[in-house]
Design a protein around this ligand. Structure first.
Ligand code: NAD
Length: 380
């Protein structure tokens, strides 16, 4: 049965149970809200309650949210002394106001990407979390694939030599048809960049995470394939379906990335390939159990086997090799690491608001470059 109030029984249960260290309120009950709820549960936390776009809407989501409490408002969740951390899983335009209110209420925060709809707003949120000394993380979850960690360790150890080229893409097809629609299409809800903000941000984060290098300059083209969207009375679309970016990094690596939400047959094809002076590495999110290692004389495919991975990668192998891990496992690991950070032990590679701000700066540069038809420096 669903409820909208914390009862005396709840308080008594919380008092008598061993002190829970990860008591979450989840704001937003769509795709991400549900994934976060499962991750909180798996990480040994507790979803104290949820906030939806309305109380009735939240109540209908309860069965999939590992919770039986629908808060009547965001304020009620923030005023609750039984909430340690707020997960922000709403459309992008709401991230700033929810995060600022949560931090002001003394809560730790997990905020979905893109952190906000502009670099200016993301900077404000990052500063607020830092000033309040709250743990503030962003689910750039592809970092939590063991084979991504393996790639990072190998690049760090010089296993592929000097890196000089990086390329790849993130291709989807869920917005291929003019009738396909979503709040992300509307810039007042999703932000001025749609495809790049939504999935290009993941790719750039992964590149910088694996190489430890930074994109310093971009030259971008945007294309809106479906200029009108929606059933019935289609409306004019101003956000892009495709982004092609050429970039240079601080270390002098050059590269390119293709981002698309209209590539038929591609679902979540995030591919990152890095070429170095002795070998190449390629990671494909849809085949995340493997990492391709290319060599001039011979090439091989590394398998997600905890017995052969470097310790930094084996740490994220949650089940034996041959039983595929996936997207939800990444979220589970991410929340588990966020929980460790809240306990004072900061795991290597945990994506924070600083990383969300970084992605927002790259997104701003991409939009400016496409608008001005020129190379644009990425703010540091
Ligand atoms: N990290 C990732 O891999 C990943 C993947 C998908 C989406 N996301 C991000 O997660 C966020 C949510 O995306 P989604 O795919 O879950 O969208 P969604 O449309 O499935 O869910 C959004 C939810 O927010 C709710 N909502 C709207 N207004 C609200 C309000 N005022 N208060 C509370 N709830 C409100 C809606 O009712 C809906 O349940 C976005 O920022 C998106 O970019 C991240």
């Amino acid at each position: 049965m669903s409820r909208t109030q914390i009862t005396e029984d709840d308080v008594a249960r919380l008092r008598t149970s061993p002190t829970p260290t990860y008591r979450a309120a989840i704001v937003g009950t769509g795709f991400m809200g549900r994934v976060h709820a499962q991750a909180v549960h798996t990480a040994g936390g507790r979803v104290v309650g949820i906030v939806g776009s309305s109380v009735d809407q939240a109540k209908t989501a309860l069965p999939e949210m590992y919770s039986d409490l629908a808060f009547s408002s965001l304020n009620e969740a923030l005023e609750s002394q039984h909430v340690d951390v707020v997960h922000v899983c709403t459309p992008n335009h709401l991230h700033e106001s929810v995060v600022l209110a949560a931090v002001d209420a003394g809560k730790h925060v997990v905020c979905e990407k893109p952190l906000s709809t502009s670099a200016e707003s993301a900077a404000l949120m990052t500063a607020a979390a830092r000033d309040a000394q709250r743990v503030a993380t962003v689910p750039f979850v592809y970092r939590f694939h063991p084979m991504v960690r393996e790639a990072r360790e190998r690049v760090r150890a010089g296993d592929i030599g000097t890196v000089f080229l990086a390329h790849g893409g993130y291709l989807q097809d869920w917005l291929l048809r003019p009738s396909d629609d979503n709040w992300r299409v509307d810039p007042s809800l999703g932000g001025p960049t749609r495809a790049f903000g939504d999935i290009g941000s993941h790719w750039c984060d992964l590149l910088e995470f694996v190489t430890g290098d930074r994109i310093v300059q971009v030259s971008a083209q945007l294309s809106t394939v479906n200029e009108h969207r929606g059933d019935g009375a289609p409306r004019l679309v101003s956000t892009e379906d495709i982004v092609v970016v050429q970039f240079t990094t601080a270390a002098g690596v050059i590269g390119s990335v293709v981002i698309s939400q209209v590539s038929a047959g591609r679902k979540n094809r995030l591919v990152l390939e890095i070429s170095g002076s002795t070998s190449s590495l390629a990671f494909d999110q849809e085949n995340a159990e493997f990492l391709w290692r290319g060599g001039r004389a011979s090439s091989s495919v590394l398998v997600r086997d905890p017995e052969t991975l470097t310790p930094a990668a084996a740490r994220y192998a949650r089940i034996p090799s041959g039983h595929p891990q996936g997207y939800q496992d990444c979220f589970n690991s991410f929340v588990s690491d966020t929980r460790s950070a809240m306990g004072g032990s900061w795991p290597d590679g945990l994506p924070t608001f600083d990383d969300g701000l970084r992605a927002a700066k790259i997104a701003d540069a991409v939009v400016a470059s496409a608008r001005e038809h020129t190379w644009v420096e990425v703010g540091m």
